[in-house]
Design a protein around this ligand. Structure first.
Ligand code: FAD
Length: 325
């Protein structure tokens, strides 16, 4: 493990100034459950680690008539146990409870979960210099790719591992990005960028920027939402495929719907074709199947991950059918 300095800013302004002044990109540490592994293995290096835990105003949640604000360093356990989240955003609670282990949810933060690095075994292997680490090849493309992506790959076939991201995006969440230049608010969906934009990162965060909070709008009248996670094992595990669906059904017909999949692409993946086919129709097994099949026409399975197409169909069915109930 290489040596690094550690800084402990106390305010958001101090944090922003520190990130702006540091010559090389500093590594931000929230709970450290992902970052420390990467620093120890040498996959990540940084001369300066900025501890976010003592920054006033970055943690905690507030729920009101405008919706829910979740500070970046809010612990995942707080989200999972919050009464307002359980009442107004049950799919977010499902996603929070589905992830990792109680110990990791006690230490890991919402911001860290949304900014975590991919679990690709080539990326995580310190001996392998893949495209994401500045090399020339994505070894998953012709190598072992059982856990890799169906959509949006091109130059790198990682999947984005967060459970919270698809659930939050399906609920219309926005991200606040902080920096010395002030705050910038973007839809959380646009917080993520495909490898074509910059293969070395998964978010649009530039040097000097940090995730400050996530805001979820108040639920619409009649809104229903679900998060379904399909895993290889019955115990803790990352999603092979997950589906977050949020929508409104009026007079038996879907009037609004958002479908976001996890585990299938380098970013949380919106199934817009499926949404278009489902909108204006009753929710039935047949309509959901047709919608999934249409969306899967854009999939490019690799040698070992074709099974994920069936999981997309199954996850979408389980997440969408409750809209009709
Ligand atoms: C055994 C194990 C099982 C897991 N299972 C799951 C799972 O099933 N589902 C799932 O979704 N996740 C899973 N995870 C990932 C886990 O959820 C993340 O490690 C955790 O959420 C990261 O939060 P943290 O606060 O510890 O982040 P850190 O480790 O501190 O940071 C993670 C990354 O985010 C960056 N970062 C942190 N905060 C900010 C910020 N505010 N602004 C900008 N960048 C920031 C850091 O620089 C770092 O790159 C698992 C992890 C482990 C170790």
């Amino acid at each position: 493990m290489r040596e690094f300095k550690i800084a402990e800013p106390r305010t958001v302004d101090e944090l922003a100034a520190l990130l702006a002044e540091s010559q090389e990109a500093a590594a931000m540490m929230a709970g450290g459950t992902d970052l420390l592994d990467l620093l120890k293995s040498g996959v990540a290096t940084a001369p300066l680690v900025v501890d976010l835990q003592k920054v006033a105003g970055l943690s905690g949640m507030t729920a009101g008539k405008d919706g829910l604000r979740i500070g970046a360093t809010t612990r995942i356990v707080e989200l999972a146990e919050d009464a307002a989240v359980a009442r107004d955003y049950p799919s977010l609670k499902q996603a929070a409870l589905s992830l990792a282990t109680p110990q990791l949810r006690n230490v890991g933060t919402v911001g860290g979960n949304l900014c975590q690095r991919p679990r690709c075994w080539y990326y995580r292997d310190p001996q392998v210099v893949c495209r994401k680490k500045g090399g020339y090849n994505c070894y998953a493309f012709q190598g072992r790719n059982k856990y890799h992506g169906l959509f949006g790959g091109g130059s790198c076939f990682i999947v984005f591992p967060s459970d919270l991201a698809p659930a939050l995006i399906s609920l219309g969440a926005k991200a606040t990005i902080g920096s010395v230049k002030g705050d910038k608010v973007v839809p959380l969906e646009q917080f993520y960028a495909l490898p074509d934009v910059d293969v070395t990162r998964e978010t649009i965060l530039e040097k000097g920027q940090f995730l400050k909070d996530v805001r979820v709008p108040a639920p619409k009248a009649g809104q229903k939402a679900a998060y379904i996670k399909l895993k290889e094992r019955g115990t803790w595990d990352f999603a092979l495929v997950s589906a977050a669906v949020a929508g409104v059904v009026k007079d038996g017909v879907i009037s609004e719907i958002t479908v976001v999949m996890g585990g299938v692409a380098p970013v949380p993946w919106r199934l817009k074709k499926a949404e278009d086919l489902l909108r204006g129709k009753p929710v039935t097994e047949a309509s959901v199947r047709q919608a999934a099949d249409a969306a899967l026409q854009d999939a490019s399975p690799l040698r070992e991950n074709g099974y994920k197409a069936d999981l997309v169909r199954a996850a979408l069915k389980e997440a969408a059918l409750p809209l009709a109930a």
